[in-house]
Design a protein around this ligand. Structure first.
Ligand code: AMP
Ligand code: ZN
Length: 399
């Protein structure tokens, strides 16, 4: 059972429950949203850092989240989904300085490109795309940090930055299954470790320094900017409330990012759990290594479109392997996606033809209950099994 009260779902969809693998418990759990009616699902997904065009590894995460949203909707849930845009952090600031542009001007084209790619990959638009630099979210972040300081869960260090005091939050490390003693600094926000009480204490507010140039906001602790983790806590809570049903990202987000989000959010609201189901997708790999900007082994969507692949083919190639299994990116994989889609399209074309000709013997699932495709997805989004059933069905009806 998930942590926190799980209200009985009062609907008559069907008996078989949807089960999801929760990173927190490392177990498959039946999914029931917090909504007393069992209808609304509050879902937050970490979005891109807009310092360059997102690569298709990033899009593996967004395609998986899209599958999750669509499946929840198929099962009758109403999904309230938020995806943030990280438009202030070390990388965006560094990029804007290198290009000699104000931060907002530097990030704008990458936001635009992100929306174009979402559309090409047929990813449903989340209900909201909050950006960290929006004034109301900066205010929400500052308010949260104030509360954390009042509760002695945070402190301002000599370097004027404000840090979360992980020793005061005993659950810290539970999501990642880490021992506090093993924690090392992550480098996402610059810091001077000598100023911190514990090496694992993370920055909530980063005091301004020269490298930040004109990027700064006033705060009770002086000029500075928010840390990356507080951005997601503040934006998710502002738009979805103190407790969420589902929070997703890639496995690299588990620690420290999502661990820190739990500490900040529960530290402020006093309510636990902040998130009832944590879902993380495995990486898209290139020759065994994570596809990433830093390794330079990445493709962006326009690279693949220029080679003649469609967004739909790329989507299929990213989708067809279970989200918790690492997926190797290859051009053979893209060719297989192309062939699978061609078979599917040909089958659909023939079904339409038969339907138009008035044939009654068209083999189609009659109800959701006997739809093996959807049932496979109920099993922690088992897409490979679902596609297996679909292609079995294609073989049968072709005969
Ligand atoms: P970032 O812009 O680095 O914050 O990443 C945005 C999202 O993409 C996060 O959820 C990451 O976990 C995810 N991500 C980054 N690289 C990969 C990859 N190679 N495969 C799958 N997901 C990734
Ligand atoms: Zn996030």
């Amino acid at each position: 059972m998930p942590r926190g009260a799980a209200p009985a779902r009062d609907d008559n969809l069907r008996d078989m429950a949807l089960r999801l693998f929760n990173t927190y418990s490392r177990a498959l759990e039946e999914f029931h949203p917090l909504d007393p009616e069992g209808k609304i699902v509050k879902m937050y997904t970490c979005g891109p850092t807009v310092y360059s065009r997102a690569h298709i590894g990033n899009f593996r995460a967004y395609v998986f989240e899209d599958l999750l949203q669509r499946h929840l909707e198929l099962r009758g849930f109403k999904v309230h989904r938020v995806m943030n845009l990280t438009d202030v952090d070390d990388k965006t600031i560094r990029g804007s300085r290198a290009e000699n542009l104000p931060l907002a001007e530097f990030t704008a084209p990458f936001k635009e490109a992100f929306f174009e790619d979402l559309e090409a990959l047929q990813i449903k638009m989340p209900g909201a795309f909050p950006a960290a630099t929006e004034e109301r979210y900066i205010e929400a972040m500052i308010a949260m940090i104030k509360t954390l300081i009042e509760r002695e869960l945070a402190y301002q260090a000599e370097d004027k930055s404000v840090y979360f005091r992980i020793n005061r939050f005993p659950k810290y490390g539970e999501l990642a299954h880490f021992d506090l003693a093993e924690l090392k600094s992550t480098g996402r926000v610059k810091n001077d470790e000598y100023d911190k009480e514990h090496v694992g204490d993370f920055a909530l507010w980063k005091a301004w320094d020269e490298e930040d140039g004109p990027v700064a906001w006033e705060s009770p602790w002086g000029r500075g900017r928010p840390g990356w983790h507080i951005e997601c806590s503040a934006m998710s809570m502002a738009l979805l409330g103190d407790q969420l049903d589902i929070h997703c990202g890639g496995v690299d987000n588990i620690f420290p990012h999502h661990e820190a989000e739990i500490a900040q959010s529960e530290g402020c609201s006093g309510l636990a759990p902040f998130v009832r189901y944590w879902l993380h997708c495995a990486h898209l790999l290139v020759e065994g290594q994570k596809m990433s900007k830093s390794l330079g082994n990445f493709y962006v969507l326009p690279d693949l479109l220029a080679k003649g692949y469609s967004g739909r083919e790329v989507r299929y190639a990213l989708l067809r392997v279970h989200y918790r299994a690492p997926l190797n990116f290859t051009f053979e994989g893209l060719e297989e996606a192309r062939q699978a889609l061609a078979r599917l399209d040909e089958w659909l074309r023939r079904l339409w033809e038969a339907a138009r000709a008035g044939e009654r013997q068209v083999h189609q699932p009659k109800t959701i209950e006997d739809d093996k495709f959807a049932e496979a997805l109920d099993d922690d989004l088992n897409i490979s099994a679902a596609l297996g059933h679909l292609f079995d069905q294609i073989r049968v009806s072709n005969r």
